[in-house]
Design a protein around this ligand. Sequence first.
Ligand SMILES: [Zn+2]
Length: 200
Amino acid sequence: MDSFEKLVQMFREFPGIGPRQARRFAFFVVTRNDSFAHDLLKTLNNAKETVGECNDCKRLTDKKGGVALCKICADPTRSKKELLLIAKDTDLVQIEKSGEFKGSYFVLGGLIPLLEREPSRRIRQAHLLSLIEKRKKEGLEEIILALSATNEGENTSEYLREILKDRGLKIFELGRGLSTGSEVEYADAETLKFALKNKK
Ligand SMILES: [Zn+2]
């Protein structure tokens, strides 16, 4: 494979990028001036070195200076009584925008498709369970499942309810407002605020 095709293949691995877009990106990169490719490389390397997962919630965070926790997990004013579970980082951004939630988060890293044989591999199950044990010592009382109102989201909620039962915690889900089929990432702040207020 020549190096241009290799570049196209690499862009194809990006989420949501099809073959035509990948080709446009590759073309764009090789036809821009030399400094663009250099800057891109430098920025990529920097990001790879300084951005990492928060030890607790697993969202991406700036790890400059060896910081292990993100701003939210390290914030002493955030309640440790509630832990809100979301599928991905972008869902957290949306919920923060609603301003309704003052507890802490955990990013599952995905959702479980129907009929998945090994559901524990689709979410960060081991990390979640160890965080829950840690948070219980800090007063954790409730878990809120803030997953999309899709088949995968509901399947994941069901699975989580099963593995989290008998741990002495109250388990809630987002309430009305998030209509069937809608994804947390695309819900507006007001809708999420309402859904959080009406957790059930
Ligand atoms: Zn965190």
